[in-house]
Design a binder for this molecule. Structure first.
Ligand code: SAH
Ligand code: SF4
Ligand code: F3S
Length: 437
C-alpha cells in the first residue's frame, strides 16, 4: 500500500482543507504515513498570509527535495495559498514538484494523481475549479469537534491582505448542504462545530439568506452542543447575528472580532470600512446582547504610515475592550496587494519594538480577564490529556479558553470544572461532576 503525508500551514480553513485532502487520498487507497520520510506521496498545504509561512514552507520543501533525490518515485504535491500565489513560477522555483493545486480545488486532486497516486506532472487547479467538499470523504483529526465550511473566498479589499487574490471571490455554500453535513457529523458523535469562512458573517448574501438564519438552523440540529464561527468581519456584524447568538443555546459566548488597528486613520488605509468608534460601538452591542461574552482579536502593527500615535490608539483599544486573547502580527508586505507598494513602510526595528509593547499589553489584559474566572465553575468539553502535564486533562470552555484540569472524564464529555488558577492563555481547575457523557 502506498502512503501519503500531509504537512499543513496556515489557518483553520487550511487545516480543514487538509482533512479533505487526506480523505481524498484515502479514497484512492493510500494510507497515512507517520513522517515525510516514509511517505510515497508528500503533500504540502501552504499558506502565504505573511512572509514567515513562505519561509517555513521553503525549509520543508528543501527537505522534500533531498527525499526525492534519494527516491525519484516519490510524488511531491504542493497545494494551498502559496501555490496559488506563485502559480506562474512554482515549477520554475521548485522543478522537483510534480503536482500543484490551488486552495479549494481539492476534489480535483484525485483526478490529477490518478488511481494509486501516480503523478502526471504539473497539474494546476485554477480558481474557477473551486468546489465545496460536499459528500467527499473527509479524514477528521478530532472526534468530537469539526469544522464546517460555509463559504469560500473573500469579497473584501483589505489593502494588506493576499487572501482575496488566492482564494477568489466569495461564494456561499447552500444551506441545505451545510445542514446535512452538520446533521451527519452530529450522528457521528461530534458535539462542537466551527463554521468557517473568510468573512463568515457575510454568509448567504449571494443566496438571499443570512448568517443569522444559518446560526438558528444549525442550532436546531440535535446533538450539537456548541457552535463556533470564524472569522466575522466587524463591518458585517449585524444586530440579527447578535440576537441569534443570544437566543441560540448552542452558540458559544465568544466572538473573534479582528480589530487590525485602533486608529481610524490606519483602518481607512487598510480599507476595513469601520472606524475605531464604530468598532467600539459593536463591542458594546455585543456585550449588551450576550452576557459574559469572550472577545478575541487579530492586530497588525507597523502597517505603512502607522505613526507612534496611531499605534498608541491600538494599545488604548486593547485596554478599553479588554480582550480575552489576541493574535498579534507584524505587517508583512505581500506582493500584489495595495499596501505593499506604499512608500511609507515602517522600519523593521520600529515594528519589532511596537509588537513587543503590544504583546505586553495583550498579555496583561488577558491575564486580568482570565483571573476573573478563578472561583467560577465553567462547562468544559474534554479534548484529551493536557499537553504540558499528562496527569491532567485538557479541554475548552464555552468562551474558548483552554483549561488544564484534574479529572477522570473521557474525551467528548462535557464536564463542570471549578477554575482555580489562570495564566494569560490558559486556566487551571478541578472537575466537579460529569454533566453529560
Ligand atoms: N479572513 C480572516 C482572516 C484573515 S488572515 C479575517 O479577515 O478575519 C488572519 C489575520 O492575519 C488577519 O486578521 C490579519 O490580522 C493578519 N494578516 C493578514 N495579512 C497580513 C499581512 N500582510 N501582514 C501581517 N498580518 C496580516
Ligand atoms: Fe483578508 Fe480582509 Fe478578506 Fe479577511 S476580510 S480575508 S483580512 S481581505
Ligand atoms: Fe494562509 Fe490562505 Fe489561510 S494565506 S491564513 S492559508 S486563507
Amino acid at each position: 500500500m502506498k502512503r501519503y503525508h500531509v504537512t499543513t500551514f496556515g489557518c483553520q480553513m487550511n487545516a480543514h482543507d487538509s482533512e479533505r485532502i487526506k480523505g481524498m487520498l484515502e479514497e484512492l487507497g493510500l494510507g497515512e504515513a507517520v513522517s515525510q520520510e516514509e511517505a510515497d506521496v508528500l503533500v504540502f498545504n501552504t499558506c502565504t498570509i505573511r512572509e514567515k509561512p513562505d519561509q517555513r514552507f521553503a525549509a520543508h520543501l528543501g527537505n522534500a527535495k533531498m527525499l526525492k533525490l534519494a527516491d525519484p518515485e516519490k510524488v511531491i504535491a504542493v497545494g494551498g495559498c502559496y501555490a496559488e500565489a506563485q502559480r506562474e513560477r512554482l515549477f520554475d522555483l521548485y522543478p522537483f514538484v510534480d503536482v500543484a493545486f490551488g486552495p479549494g480545488t481539492i476534489p480535483h486532486l484525485a483526478q490529477w494523481l490518478g488511481a494509486g497516486g501516480e503523478a502526471p506532472r504539473g497539474r494546476f487547479g485554477i480558481a474557477d475549479q473551486r468546489q465545496f467538499a460536499g459528500t467527499l470523504p473527509m479524514h477528521r483529526e478530532r472526534r468530537f469537534q469539526a469544522w464546517v465550511q460555509v463559504s469560500m473566498g473573500c469579497n473584501s479589499v483589505c489593502s494588506y491582505c493576499i487572501v482575496p487574490s488566492v482564494r477568489g471571490r466569495e461564494v456561499s455554500r447552500r444551506p441545505g448542504e451545510i445542514l446535512a453535513e452538520v446533521t451527519s457529523l452530529a450522528g457521528e458523535g461530534v458535539r462542537e462545530i466551527t463554521l468557517l469562512g473568510q468573512n463568515v458573517n457575510s454568509y448567504g448574501r449571494d443566496l438571499g439568506s443570512s448568517f443569522a438564519e444559518l446560526l438558528r438552523a444549525v442550532d436546531a440540529i440535535d446533538g450539537i452542543e456548541r457552535i463556533r464561527f470564524t472569522s466575522p468581519h466587524p463591518k458585517d456584524f449585524r444586530r440579527d447575528v447578535i440576537a441569534a447568538m443570544a437566543e441560540c443555546d448552542a452558540v458559544c459566548e465568544h466572538a473573534h472580532l479582528p480589530l487590525q488597528s485602533g486608529s481610524t486613520r490606519v483602518l481607512k488605509a487598510m480599507r476595513r470600512t469601520y472606524s475605531r468608534e464604530r468598532y467600539l460601538r459593536l463591542v458594546d452591542d455585543l456585550r449588551a446582547g450576550i452576557p459574559d461574552l469572550a472577545l478575541t482579536t487579530d492586530i497588525i502593527v507597523g502597517f505603512p504610515g502607522e505613526t507612534e500615535r496611531d499605534f498608541e490608539e491600538t494599545l488604548e483599544v486593547v485596554e478599553e475592550v479588554g480582550y480575552d486573547g489576541a493574535f498579534t502580527f507584524v505587517y508583512s508586505p505581500r506582493q500584489g496587494t495595495e499596501a505593499a507598494t506604499s512608500r511609507d513602510q515602517v522600519p523593521g526595528h520600529v515594528k519589532k519594538a511596537r509588537i513587543e509593547r503590544l504583546v505586553d499589553v495583550v498579555q496583561r489584559v488577558a491575564l486580568a480577564r482570565n483571573g476573573e474566572r478563578v472561583g467560577r465553575v465553567e462547562e468544559v468539553l474534554v479534548e484529551g490529556p493536557s499537553r504540558t502535564d499528562p496527569s491532567l486533562l485538557r479541554g475548552r470552555t464555552r468562551r474558548n479558553t483552554t483549561v488544564n484540569f484534574a479529572g477522570t472524564s473521557i474525551p467528548g464529555a462535557l464536564v463542570d470544572v471549578r477554575i482555580e488558577g489562570a495564566t494569560s492563555t490558559t486556566l487551571r481547575g478541578v472537575e466537579l461532576a460529569a454533566v453529560a457523557a
